[in-house]
Design a protein. Structure first.
Length: 255
C-alpha cells in the first residue's frame, strides 16, 4: 500500500514538475520523494513500526512472579520517543484470561549490553488473553518516553502475585530471522540473563525475536516548500528533481 502511494506521488510529481519550467528538449534526470518526520504515529498492531518477528510466534516464555523479559530495539535515526508498544501473549488453559503487568523500557547501558538504566515502568492491564498467540496494543503517546541513543530494551514484568497456570510472552524461533538481543530476569529486573541462563535444558527454543513490536516517534520535520522543493499530502512528503539538457550538467528542477 505504501509503495503504491509513492508510485502515485511520483507520477503526480513528474506531471507537476513537467508542467513547470522544463523545456521540451530538457530530460528529467531523477525524482526523489522522501517522507518527512511525522511526529506521533500509532499503526495497527505496530505493523508500521519496528517489527523483528515474522509472525511465527509459536514459542512462549515465563519465569513466574516479578520476572521480566525484554528485547533490544535499534530504532531509526531521529527517534525521540515510543508512541506504541504491541505485546504478544499466550496462556495455558489453567491460566486466567487477564493480567496486570508493567510495561518496561530500559536503556541498553547495563553490563554486557543488558538492560541498564530504567527509562519507564508503567502499569497496564490485558484482558481476553487467548490460548493462541495474540498481540495487544498499548498507546504510549502521553508518556514521552525518553529515547536518546537509538537503542532501548522494551519488555514486560509479570505481577508480584502470581496465579495458577502460566501466561507467556510469545517468541519467534524461525531459523531465517536475525538473532535479536533478548534478556530475562527472575528478580524484578535487578539482574538479567540470556535464554541459556534460564532455560539451559532447551537451547533449541531460544527466541530469535520476542513477541514485542514498537511504533517509534520521529522528530517532526514537516516539508518546507521552496524554489527547488515541492511538498505533497499536507507537507508529509518532500519532492525534489533534477534535469539535464544537451551539453549541460544536471541541474535542480524548479517546483
Amino acid at each position: 500500500m505504501r509503495q503504491a502511494a509513492l508510485v502515485a506521488l511520483a507520477a503526480l510529481a513528474a506531471t507537476t514538475l513537467g508542467s513547470g519550467g522544463l523545456a521540451p528538449q530538457d530530460e528529467p534526470a531523477g525524482i526523489e520523494i522522501a517522507a518527512c518526520g511525522l511526529g506521533k504515529v500509532v499503526t495497527p498492531g505496530c505493523t508500521g513500526g519496528v517489527v523483528y518477528d515474522d509472525g511465527s510466534l509459536g514459542a512462549g516464555y515465563a519465569l513466574g512472579a516479578q520476572s521480566a523479559a525484554a528485547m533490544r530495539f535499534d530504532l531509526p535515526a531521529g527517534t525521540v520517543s515510543l508512541d506504541q508498544a504491541c505485546i504478544c501473549l499466550v496462556r495455558d488453559s489453567a491460566a486466567p484470561t487477564s493480567m496486570n503487568f508493567d510495561l518496561i523500557v530500559y536503556d541498553n547501558d547495563g553490563a554486557g549490553g543488558s538492560p541498564g538504566t530504567r527509562l519507564i515502568e508503567t502499569p497496564l492491564t490485558i484482558d481476553h488473553i487467548e490460548t493462541t498467540p495474540t498481540f495487544f496494543s498499548f498507546n504510549l503517546t502521553s508518556l514521552s518516553i525518553p529515547v536518546s541513543d537509538g537503542s532501548v530494551f522494551v519488555g514486560i514484568r509479570w505481577p508480584a502475585s502470581y496465579f495458577g497456570g502460566n501466561i507467556y510472552i510469545c517468541g519467534d524461533t524461525s531459523a531465517g530471522l536475525t538473532q535479536r538481543t533478548n534478556f530475562f530476569s527472575a528478580n524484578n529486573g535487578t539482574t538479567w540473563g540470556t535464554h541459556a541462563t534460564f532455560f539451559p535444558a532447551n537451547p533449541g527454543n531460544n527466541p530469535r525475536a520476542l513477541g514485542i513490536r514498537v511504533d517509534p516517534e520521529l522528530q517532526a520535520t514537516p516539508c518546507v516548500p521552496n524554489a527547488d522543493t515541492m511538498c505533497l499530502n499536507s507537507n508529509r512528503f518532500r519532492v525534489t528533481a533534477t534535469f539535464s539538457t544537451a551539453g549541460s550538467p544536471i541541474s535542480p528542477a524548479h517546483a
